[in-house]
Design a protein around this ligand. Sequence first.
Ligand code: SAM
Length: 201
Amino acid sequence: MLQEPNGHIDWIDVSELMLEQAKRYLRETNLEERNKVISFIEMEILDYLSTLGDNSLDLVIMKYTFEHIENIDQLFSLLSHKLKKNGRFVATLSSLSPQLKSSSTNARFLYNGQEFPLDETREMTDGDTFTIRFYKQSGNPSAGHLEGAETTKYYHSENKMKDLSRKYNLDIQVGDWKEIEGVSQGNLEQLSLGVLVLRKR
Ligand SMILES: C[S@@+](CC[C@H](N)C(=O)[O-])C[C@H]1O[C@@H](n2cnc3c(N)ncnc32)[C@H](O)[C@@H]1O
C-alpha cells in the first residue's frame, strides 16, 4: 500500500511519539514521498471512526493494536457503518489461543494484573486482560524488566469476534494468516501470525 499509494491514507495513533516514529520510518525507507497522501492523526481510533461519514472507507489496517481496544463491539459497529460495500478491515492478532503462559524468552505475562507461577498457564475468557512485561535482556529474567515497556491488552475470543460479525452483518475470516484466502505468502512463509479480516457485504 505504501509502495503504490492510490487515494488517501489516514494514519491514526493515540501516541504522538508513535506517529513521529512512523514518519521517521518513511524517511529512513525513502518512502517520504508518500507523506503527500498520508495524514498523521493523533486520535483514539473509535473517536476517529466516529468522525467519518458512512460508507467512506475502502480499507482499514490495524497492526498490533486490536488487543488494545476494550470495546470491540463498538469497533465492529463503527466498521459496519464506515466501510464501503466490500470494504475490508484487516487486523493482526497477538494470539489465537486463550491460553496464557506465564513467560516466554522475552517477557513475563500477568493474568488480570496478577503474576502467576512460571510453570502454569491461565485460560482467558472475554474481558480478561493480560500484561506483558518485557525483560531487559532476552532469555535473562534476572536482568530485570525494561522500564516503560509494559503493556496491558484485552483478550477477545474468536467466538466473540464471530458473534459480533453476525450482529453487524460483516463477513469474517479469522486464523493464521497463511490460512486466510487471498493473502499472498511472499517471503514470510515462516511467520505465524493471527489475522482477522472483516468485509462489509
Ligand atoms: C504495538 S503498537 C503498534 C504500532 C504500529 N501500528 C505498528 O505496527 O508498528 C500499538 C499502538 O496502538 C496505539 N493504540 C492503542 N490503543 C489505541 C486506540 N484506542 N486508538 C488509537 N491508537 C491506539 C498505541 O499508541 C501504540 O502505538
